[in-house]
Structures are given as structure tokens and as C-alpha cells.
Write a protein that binds this ligand. Structure first.
Ligand code: NAI
Ligand code: MG
Length: 330
């Protein structure tokens, strides 16, 4: 049976990079069936919800979902608005966020690492309170969620170079980060073939800049993983190049560029589609189309070597021109 990919372009440059990615995927695998669904701020303004039920159903039915980006309200919280990607992660229990970083451009440091970000708890439970003078956020860490994310990271490490770094700040947060650390170390005992070490998150930030080649897989609580993965993206050319996957245990998977809706460049046709294209390659792997994914990566790499590059990488290629170059390389 031909696989179905659900497309959710969302807002801003999501509307530019997702259709182009779909065009490349259709070129590579003509039998893929695409469905379209909406989410985001524009959807909220029209329908009163940022994530319509029809979109949730379309994600549930698809073999993979490609999500662009959505725009958050800019002037603080808006009644009834919930971030669609956070709702999808929560609703489908997509507890693992896989964020790979590779060197793609010449004259960049050698990087080939994977950040496995815990996607279901930490500060992202969004339990905040404030009396106007004091504001408090709750941060939840559980043994179960820490163990399951550690297992994903250890499996990834086993399939890569066999090395895992556990990221935490247990010196300051011995109960919460201490639990994350202990739970990860417990699971690691089942993987004697994986070499495990640990780093405090601040030191990890320093080492990522100073010697990124020392890392293979990193596993981190939610917020640390979010921040470190943008840092890692910055090492190799920026958010225009950074893909990600949100996965759980029951087969639903949502692939998305790490970047947001980029309102500063939206509508100009200059967004770099590489992050979305690489997310598409991760989706193909999820669908078992490993050879097509490999061909897509090689074509993206070739287009980045030959140029012209998109604007965020110092070139003048439009989103469409760069995509054409990838298709040409295919
Ligand atoms: P952003 O990732 O949208 O943009 C940060 C900077 O990177 C901007 O200067 C932008 O032009 C540039 N950039 C990002 N992607 C690019 C690409 N593909 N090509 C070229 N340049 C690119 O982050 P920002 O500005 O903090 O957030 C903008 C909006 O996006 C906010 O409303 C935010 O809440 C939302 N957002 C949504 C996410 C999602 O839907 N998963 C993730 C991150 C942010
Ligand atoms: Mg982020």
C-alpha cells in the first residue's frame, strides 16, 4: 500500500518550505499519497482553534506528518490559543524529539551528533503562576519518562557510534535533574555496548562549541534539549538547516524543521527549505524508504556544495530555486 504523508504547513515560512518539500518527496516517491491539514495562528483566527479536530484525525490516519511551523500570539497569552506542535506532542505522546546535526557546508567544524530531547515533561508542562510580583513555573521530571527517553537515546547510540552523553544540572537540582540522571544511568546498564558519560548542561554548551566532534548522542530534559539543539544548529549554518522528528511508541510521527514561522522573512520566498527537506528525509526513513532518504540527503548536500545558496547562508537563491537545484541533483 502506498504510504500517506499529512502536510501541515502552518504559518509564515511553513507555507513556503512545506509545499516545496512535498514537491521533492513526490518527485522521489511518486506513489506517496499526500493529505493537507491546517494548524496555527491563521487557523485560530478563522476557526477559533489552532489545531482543528480534522487535523488531529489527519495526523492519526497518516503514516507520517510533515509540520512546518506556527506563529505564537505576540502580545502574551490569548484565550483559547494552544501551540499546535505542543498539543500534537502531548496528544499523541510523541515523547522523543530527535534533533540531528551534521556538517553540510564546507569550512564548518566537523559535527555529526544527535540530540535526543525529552518531549513530554520538564518545564513544558506549562504550569505557571504569578501574583504579579512573583512568578513560579513547575518543572516535572518522572522516572518513567526519563527511562523511556534514555532508552530511545541508547538505541540511537547503538545504531550510531555507540556513545551517549547524559545532560543535566543535578548539582543544582538534585531532586528533578538528579532523578533524570539516575533513571538514565539505570537504563544504560542494559546497554553495556554503549559508552555512557554525563555533563552538566552549562559545560555541555561550552563543549558543543569548543569540540563538537566529541559528541555522538546526547540525551537531555526538555528545555536543555531545546536550547542545546539550536546551539548545535548554529554550529553548522543555522536554523535553516536543522531538522527534527517527534516520535512515540504507537507509530504516529511528526517531522518538522526546528525553526519557527520566521515572520521577519515570511512571504518573501527566501526561506531556506533545507531544514524541511531534511525533515522529509527523516520521514522517508520512518516509512522504511531508506534508500530514497539517502538519495535525498546526497542531493541536498550536492545543492549546498554547488550553490547558489539560500539567503541565510549568504547566497541569493530563492526557496523555489534552491528546491529546483535539489530536484536537479536527484
Ligand atoms: P524562527 O525560527 O522563526 O526565526 C529565528 C531566525 O532564524 C529569524 O531571523 C529567521 O528569519 C531565521 N530563520 C528561521 N528559519 C529559517 C529558514 N528556514 N530560512 C532562513 N532563515 C530562517 O524563531 P523566532 O523568530 O524566535 O519565532 C518566530 C515565531 O515562530 C514565533 O511565533 C515562535 O513562537 C514560532 N516558533 C514556532 C515553532 C514551531 O512551530 N515548532 C518553533 C519555534 C518558534
Ligand atoms: Mg526551539
Amino acid at each position: 500500500m502506498s504510504p500517506t504523508i499529512c502536510l501541515i504547513p502552518g504559518d509564515g515560512i511553513g507555507q513556503e518550505v512545506i509545499p516545496e518539500t512535498a514537491r521533492v518527496l513526490a518527485h522521489l516517491c511518486p506513489h506517496i499519497h499526500f493529505t493537507q491539514a491546517e494548524a496555527g495562528w491563521e487557523t485560530f483566527l478563522r476557526q477559533g482553534t489552532a489545531l482543528p479536530e480534522a487535523t488531529i484525525q489527519a495526523v492519526a490516519r497518516a503514516d507520517a506528518t510533515l509540520f512546518g511551523a506556527t506563529q505564537s500570539p505576540t502580545d502574551g497569552p490569548v484565550q483559547g490559543y494552544k501551540s499546535p506542535i505542543l498539543e500534537l506532542r502531548r496528544g499523541f505522546d510523541l515523547y522523543a524529539n530527535l534533533r540531528p546535526t551534521h556538517t553540510l557546508l564546507p569550512h564548518q567544524p566537523q559535527v555529526d551528533l544527535l540530540i535526543v530531547r525529552e518531549n513530554s515533561e520538564g518545564l513544558y508542562i506549562r504550569e505557571e503562576e504569578s501574583d504579579g510580583e512573583t512568578a513560579v513555573a513547575r518543572r516535572r521530571i518522572t522516572r518513567g519518562a526519563s527511562q523511556r527517553i534514555a532508552r530511545v537515546a541508547l538505541e540511537q547510540a547503538r545504531a550510531r557510534r555507540g556513545q551517549l552523553t547524559i545532560i543535566h544540572k543535578a548539582n543544582v537540582l538534585p531532586l528533578t535533574d538528579g532523578l533524570f540522571r539516575t533513571a538514565a544511568l539505570e537504563v544504560a546498564e542494559e546497554y553495556p555496548d554503549v559508552q555512557v558519560d554525563e555533563l552538566l548542561v552549562d559545560a555541555a554548551a561550552m563543549w558543543l562549541v569548543k569540540d563538537p566532534a566529541r559528541f555522538d548522542v546526547l540525551v537531555a530534559p526538555n528545555l536543555y534539549g531545546d536550547i542545546l539543539s539550536d546551539l548545535a544548529a548554529g554550529l553548522t549554518g543555522g536554523l535553516g538547516l536543522a531538522p527534527s522528528a517527534n516520535v512515540g511508541d504507537d507509530g504516529v510521527a511528526v517531522f518538522e524543521p526546528v525553526h519557527g514561522s520566521a515572520p521577519d522573512i515570511a512571504g518573501q520566498g527566501v526561506a531556506n527549505p533545507t531544514a524541511a527537506l531534511l525533515s522529509g528525509a527523516m520521514a522517508l526513513e520512518h516509512l522504511g524508504r531508506v534508500e530514497e532518504a539517502r538519495r535525498l540527503r546526497i542531493a541536498i548536500y550536492a545543492a549546498l556544495q554547488s550553490g547558489p545558496l539560500p539567503a541565510d547562508l549568504g547566497g541569493n537563491a530563492s526557496t523555489i530555486e534552491f528546491t529546483e537545484a535539489v530536484i536537479h541533483a536527484l
